[in-house]
Design a protein around this ligand. Structure first.
Ligand code: GLC
Length: 485
């Protein structure tokens, strides 16, 4: 087999749909390479081969390449697998010790204890593979902290010897809340020069901070919306890295995520009960009726059905919702939840369902088919995230004519135009408190009762187009800029 391939972009992520994903990261890391490849970019993807990935279903085969990856005084065997679909090859890093597990990052007790070692192995193996295959790469595109050490290993080598670095690097921040912070005692496993453990690179309040190292060492950094790119420079959103980010502010870009409308369009969606389009919204009413029946809610055509489809974590603004809930329940509405997450939030939501069984239904599960039904059948979509790098659900909901109510932050500000501004597509509340949140909900319920205005709003929301093509074009421009610098 000939391994000498000419590659332009090596796209690295800890999750890629359909192989394995825990949320928006996995979706974008599938959609972007696909769109780039359609635009003629030569791209290879690479991710870990988790135990939960169905090798047979996706025709994932061993390449025969085996690498010994050193962690100072121990060595681990890594096997490289691959598959090719629609002209894009994905490589998989297999390790019995670190990746042959059901979940990506956590077990029932929380984060795996060895997440540092797991993603250290992943990244060292990637640099090892580049060298083994003698890949000629223009840019290694890294995503989030799980691949943010690559810019450092490309320069300093993985085995304690400097490496000639011919590659440029881009680091995309999908979520700054997770930074990969670990005990400095583990630094020796990296086999980097001691100078890398300085506050100028990896050191962070006495620990190792993987994201910080990548933000400093990558040739360019971007986030997934223009507003979040500005917000992370502020103390409020910088998660203690605002200083580091400000030092790089000339090289921080914001590129809005696109979504794959081939999977998310009400006129072709096979999960929903009745297809519909801007020109004929009658199917949306049928979807609402079916959804109410499915959830054992009384069928009330003119009562607003409000939904939330979300990971149940503090980021998603659930505390604000809980604080507002008694007030909300005084109104003639129905509220439905779909998602899983932290135990405490799951319990709280179940409790709301017990307290108001006629008005509240909670589906504490992860289900694609239910998600599509929720987006299609609801009238209003709640997304009061405290911060949101981009967010996808508000984009899906708009496509299905379900009007979002969100906090004016990050990607939510960049995708939703507040009613009644020109071209409005949803509602944005300005201050993160119950007063401002409830005020916006009340306002939206007033507009809901003005049928002509509401229908116009639905149609404008459905017309929004946050396409992967636009996203791909902006990444291509950024790649060109990085290469020419
Ligand atoms: C993370 C962010 C989300 C973003 C997604 C994809 O999950 O929280 O806002 O849409 O990454 O970039």
């Amino acid at each position: 087999m000939c391994y000498k391939v000419r590659v332009k972009i090596l796209f690295v992520s800890s999750e890629i749909v359909p192989f394995a994903s825990s949320g928006g990261l996995g979706d974008v890391c599938a959609a972007l390479p696909k769109a780039l490849s359609r635009k003629g970019i030569n791209i290879i993807k690479i991710m870990p081969l988790y135990g939960c990935i169905d090798r047979e279903k996706y025709f994932i085969e061993p390449t025969g390449i085996e690498l010994n990856i050193s962690f100072s005084n121990s060595t681990y065997l890594v096997k490289i697998y691959s598959q090719t679909y629609e002209n894009i090859t994905t490589y998989f890093i297999q390790s019995d010790v670190f990746f042959n597990r059901e979940n990506l990052y956590v077990d029932e007790y929380g984060d795996y204890d060895d997440n540092f070692e797991r993603f250290l192995l992943f990244q060292k193996a990637i640099v090892g593979l580049i060298d083994f295959l003698n890949l000629s790469i223009d840019i290694v595109h890294c995503n989030d902290w799980q691949s943010s050490l690559i810019p450092i290993f490309l320069k300093y080598g993985t085995q304690g010897k400097l490496r000639v670095c011919n590659e440029k690097t881009l680091l995309t921040i999908h979520n700054l809340a997770h930074q990969g912070v670990f005990d400095s005692k583990k630094f020796y496993l990296m086999q980097l020069p001691l100078s890398c453990f300085s506050d100028k690179i990896l050191e962070f309040y006495g620990n190792i901070n993987c994201f910080k190292g990548g933000i400093i060492e990558a040739d360019a950094v971007n986030t997934v919306s223009p507003s979040y790119a500005k917000e992370i420079l502020l103390e409020k959103y910088g998660n203690s890295l605002d200083g580091v980010l400000n030092n790089r502010s000339d090289n921080i870009y914001g590129i809005l995520n696109g979504v794959d409308y081939e999977r998310w369009s009400p006129n072709s969606d096979s999960y929903i009960d009745c297809n519909f389009s801007i020109n004929d919204l009658s199917g949306k009413l049928k979807c609402k009726k079916e959804l109410q029946s499915l959830l054992n809610l009384e069928h009330k055509e003119n009562v607003p059905l409000i939904s939330m489809v979300s990971r149940l974590t503090s980021q998603k603004g659930l505390d604000l919702l809980f604080e507002s809930f008694d007030e909300l329940m005084k109104k003639d509405i129905q509220i439905i939840f779909l998602g899983t997450g932290e135990q405490w939030y799951e319990d709280q939501i179940r409790d709301l369902e017990h307290r108001w069984p006629e008005k509240v239904v909670a589906k504490i599960e992860f289900s694609s088919s239910l998600a599509h039904k929720f987006f299609a059948g609801s009238d209003i979509f709640l997304m009061p995230s405290t911060f949101e790098p981009c967010g996808q659900s508000q984009i899906f909901s708009m496509r299905y004519g379900t009007i979002p109510i969100a906090y004016n932050t990050g990607g939510l500000s960049d995708t939703i135009i507040d009613y009644p501004r020109k071209g409005s597509t949803g509602f944005l509340f300005e201050t993160f408190n119950t007063f401002s949140f409830l005020d916006k909900i009340n306002y939206s319920l007033d507009v809901y009762n003005q049928k002509i205005n509401w229908t116009k709003l639905i149609k404008r929301a459905m017309k929004c187009n946050f396409s992967v093509d636009q996203m791909a074009l902006e990444y291509i421009n950024l790649y060109k800029k990085i290469i020419s610098n």
